[in-house]
Design a protein. Structure first.
Length: 366
């Protein structure tokens, strides 16, 4: 092991997708860090970035010595051999205790799953993990025929439409966790700030945890929530249990790509409800205003004022132009409550002509 400090920053560039005008300053800072600390071996800096984001800003990266070709490692699902994919599948079968009753059956399942193709928000390793975690390996033929995202959507449709009251309640818990940014603790359900949000979600999907409603084994609402988080098969397939010092037990989405999928799924079930209730950080860092309609706006969106493409990032939640006024009102209300948005004028939303029109209507200080 080399001497020196190792620093790992995951998806470090994502912020600049929403604040592209700040990227040049960040590149200058990285160049200084590279020249003063990295070249000498005092610091070993490891930065990860999604391929979509890398190509978005590749021209700016080339200005920094940190991103010389010999310093780059491209890890792609496309580069996995069939044997590597099979080993990955078998490791997941073992981890999730998936029973295959014959060697031939195991070989057939592996052979079929190696044919999975990358999708917009899901790559091979993540798909294999989610297929095993959500027990979708029996649906492999439908996945190969219709795609993983399609089968995943049907999985959530079936979960949402189940008549069992506790399945509906478990779905509400999943929505609540997604609205909070991908993780939830038991204290969030009773918190004065987030607690009312959970009640709104339950009302939206027509179920309740209120005292007096049908509960499992005469448990209190708090006890039932804890039991569903720990035992419900659907919830366990989406959220894993961990802990932190402040909040005790915390349940977190298995993958950020699954979180983004669930957010998009919820948005499709009610865009206004989504905008009015999801955490403001989700709107600011994971959502994108949909494609403009006129040819001129499309050209501006394709090559913005920062001389870099501003197409919708992979995995982001697409908001239609019909709800821009609702989006502007929500952001303004959060600012009125004291939510700080540093350099708000540089946010990507403010580069959209449609959004700025509504923003001027709601922000009377302009």
């Amino acid at each position: 092991m080399h001497k020196g400090v190792y620093i790992i920053v995951d998806d470090w560039i994502d912020t600049y997708v929403y604040y592209p005008s700040k990227l040049d300053r960040a590149i200058d800072l990285l160049s200084s860090v590279y020249n003063n600390y990295v070249r000498s071996g005092e610091v070993y800096l490891i930065l990860t970035v999604q391929e979509d984001t890398w190509w978005r800003f590749k021209g700016s990266f080339e200005k920094c010595g940190l991103f010389q070709r010999e310093c780059l490692l491209n890890i792609q699902s496309l580069n996995f051999t069939k044997t590597e994919k099979q080993n990955m599948i078998l490791c997941h079968f073992k981890h999730y205790n998936i029973k295959v009753f014959s060697d031939k059956g195991r070989q057939n399942k592996c052979a079929n799953l190696t044919k999975l193709r990358n999708e917009w928000n899901f790559f091979f390793p993540v798909m294999i993990d989610l297929i095993c975690a959500m027990e979708l390996e029996k649906a492999q033929e439908r996945i190969l025929m219709n795609g993983f995202s399609y089968v995943l959507q049907k999985y959530f449709d079936k979960w949402l439409e189940e008549g069992d009251v506790n399945q509906k309640r478990s779905f509400c818990i999943l929505v609540f966790a997604a609205f909070l940014g991908g993780k939830v603790s038991l204290t969030d359900f009773k918190c004065p700030i987030s607690g009312p949000l959970f009640d709104k979600v339950c009302n939206k999907y027509k179920c309740s945890f209120n005292v007096g409603t049908e509960l499992i084994q005469n448990k209190s609402p708090d006890q039932e929530i804890e039991m569903l988080l720990g035992e419900n098969k659907h919830l366990k397939s989406c959220l894993y249990q961990t802990s932190c010092i402040q909040n005790g037990i915390v349940f977190i989405f298995h993958h950020s790509s699954l979180l983004k999928f669930v957010l998009s799924y919820i948005k499709e079930k009610g865009e206004i409800f989504f905008i009015e209730n999801v955490h403001i950080d989700i709107l600011m860092k994971h959502c994108w205003i949909g494609e403009p309609q006129c040819a001129l706006d499309k050209l501006i969106a394709e090559f913005g004022v920062w001389n870099c493409p501003v197409k919708q990032p992979e995995g982001s939640v697409s908001l239609s132009t019909s709800v821009i006024e609702t989006l502007a009102k929500r952001i303004y209300s959060e600012k009125e409550k004291g939510y700080r948005i540093p350099e708000w004028d540089d946010h990507i939303f403010m580069s959209r002509k449609e959004f700025k029109t509504f923003w001027k209507k709601v922000d009377h200080s302009i």
